[in-house]
Write a protein that binds this ligand. Sequence first.
Ligand code: PLP
Length: 454
Amino acid sequence: AVAPTVPGNSDASRDVASYLHPYTNHATHEQTGPHIITGGDGIYVTDDAGHKLIEGMAGLWCTSLGFSEKRLVDAATKQLNILPYYHTFASKSTNPAIDLAEKLLEIVPVPMSKVFFANSGSEATDSAVKMVWYYHNAIGQPEKKKIISRKKGYHGVTVAAASMTGLPGNHKLFDLPIDRILHTETPHYWRDALPGEEEEDFATRLAEQLEDLIQAEGPETVGAFIAEPIMGAGGVIVPPRTYFEKIQEVLKRYDILFIADEVICGFGRTGRMFASETFRLKPDMITVAKQLSSAYLPISALFINEAIYQAVKKGSDEVGTFGHGFTYSGHPVAAAVALETLKIYEDDGIIEHVRSVMSPFQKRLKDLNKFEHVGETRGHGLIGAFELVSDKCAKTPFDPYGAAGKAVAAKCLEHGVILRALGDTVAFCPPLIITEDQIHTMFDAVEAALTEWH
Ligand code: PLP
């Protein structure tokens, strides 16, 4: 074994000795130690070596208002002083939870009836799975339980959510996916279109593949389809033209519920409050998290439409209660922070701001195509990515896959920008408050990193 390079009796060695990190290669971690972040200011974070870094990923696609929004600190402090905790089981309620649910229903762009609160994206999508099953039981269709998600989709890590996630690393050593969860094709036009196939024809082919899967399984057994409007962790994959239009027609034909997972896209990321508006989606349920509270406190939500609510009501009557919920569902401090976040989006015109900076952002992203090993750039609004290839014309991936992405992200870090490698795709998802000047600073650094790397 290689001797550890982490110095003894340091924060780094204490980390290695005691902390099991999420999504971390622990064999490597023992050698390299952690990257310790100690402070934040606007779109910047500082680390324990004193570097000031642009957080080009808003943490994990979440700190929409950056790292020093005083109004959120004040909202949390105020609520902590009034009532730091109360639950919402068995008809108990709190004002922040009521206010937040009401506000969310006011801004959601498709008809929704109620909001259920949880603490993470995974809990929200897992709750959506249970809701699909509950709904079909309550309305007397107990066989309609299969859920279709997509290869490369990301819906979280709890057992059902990880099953819907369509990435091998989330399945292989965990004995997942569970039964009743199926995966259809990824809508990645650049990577997967047939030679000469037009974008709209590719979308038609994917909708047909979905329909074939439904037919093969038996439409009476398929309960729901879940999709992110733009796939995030699977590589920032923007839907091809007409894709969702055609997918939604198929779902309608077979009476299959549509769940839009807006955990990344919700709250302005695509230049509208919800990506369901951007891509004209008509979901029956929507999951949100992350930018709901600018990640200052953990909170997520599941919107359900009126038909699903009526089933919950009927089912509650039948068994005496709706048997689902978390100790922290609608946590008053998290809810107060989320409500203040939504107020800031309005007061500060955050969506308008995103619309004003998304063109320069997308233009600078597109410019990265000039690099020899950038095979594709893709994005929408303030989310984007570039995919690295060893041969641009043949779109040949680097071998081993993922090493180039890691190396480029590491180079970007040396140049003062935190980005995220997703295999050989490198993602951007900066705080929504990023200014045009900061966008240029970020891309100048990324271009310097790419120039140095190869
Ligand atoms: N859904 C989507 C689309 C996500 O991107 C994520 C996390 O990145 C999740 C669900 C899971 O959220 P969490 O990590 O908060 O459980």
